[in-house]
Design a protein. Sequence first.
Length: 425
Amino acid sequence: MNQEAIEMFHAVRENNQEEATSLFKQSLEISRINHELEELSEFAEALHQAGFLEEAKTAYLLLQKMSPELEEWNLFIAEIYIDQNELENALDTLLEFDETSELYPHALLMLADAYQTMGLYEVSEHKLLEASKLLPDEPVIQYALGKLYQASGEYKKAIIIFKNLIEADTQDLWAENLQILLADGYNAIGNFEEAVDCLEVVSDEEHTSDSLFQLGFAYLQLKEFNRASQIIEDLLEKDPHYMSAYLYLSNAYQEQNLLDKALVAINKGIEVNPYQAEYYLEAAKLFLKLKDEPKAKEQINKAIGLEPELTEAVLLKGDLLLEQEEYEEVIEFLTSPVILAFPEQDWQLAKAYNGLEEFEKSADYYQKAYQVLFDDLNFLEDYMNFLQEEGNIKKLQQVLELALAIDPENELLFERNERMLSEDF
């Protein structure tokens, strides 16, 4: 780089924007006059790496004018367009390369990157496979294919590629640890034992927050709850803002029947981010396990206050109120305009009106819920009990036949049908 380029970066560090702009223009002009290709190329690369994308693009465009016979400038310009999310401009630039160019495989790689960014995974794959035919032994292309398959959910294909790259001893070429990438694939397809094997060989220095979480998650799925909790504890010690980990740590403790520690984990998560409705819901469930209903209701109300559409919290509150026979409160709560309608809500309203002996309204809500919950055996059994009490034998027979179709091996349903046929109710 020439002296003006060096001084420009110094001006940037001093936050002297006007001087930096002036020095940038002077540097380009000097490079143009003196035909300083190498110095200008270094300057352009430094600008790109420092995040000055427009300035880097301007420098590369000047290089393109100064030495139009070198196609590499188009690659760098296209890369900047991709970084700026100007994908159409990137495509226009890259499609100028044809099969006779030595840089054509590199253009294919960048085209694949652009198409992947646009969500056009099949087109991206086509470009990478074309590049792979031209350079079959090039690990960069295989790595790009692996990342593409991972992004598009084709984990089995990604696993094969990452395993091959590991066997070829190419780890030094990549910033990302191949064992971590391989483990992500195994976790995604439910092969948790293989995922653990991959992640346990990763050094502490190379582990990321995500990889530690994946390791803890895999141990949870393998029901090795003590090891899972140890891993997630280590993760949260290093990264206390990794929010989803608190919930999984609580689950690991619960599986070990360490309810007090599970509650501590959830409360720590709430301290870090007090706006996570799911965490208050989990705290409520824990208080119920600890037989502390008042605190459970308090946590449920906080969850619903943050996220009224959180169906599980709404249902849990409704169930608690029904157990306490607070039927009028159930109706007031579930018919509130801030609570979104859902089928289980109609079921709870049906039970509440039944408790108040307002049977016509109860029947209406049972029928409304039935339109959606017709494949839920628990609902069907409750509905049948209501219909039997109401003496609605015709409807009862219809619901019973549906329940038997869903679970023909259910002896209780079969016996109920036999009694009905014999009119022994």
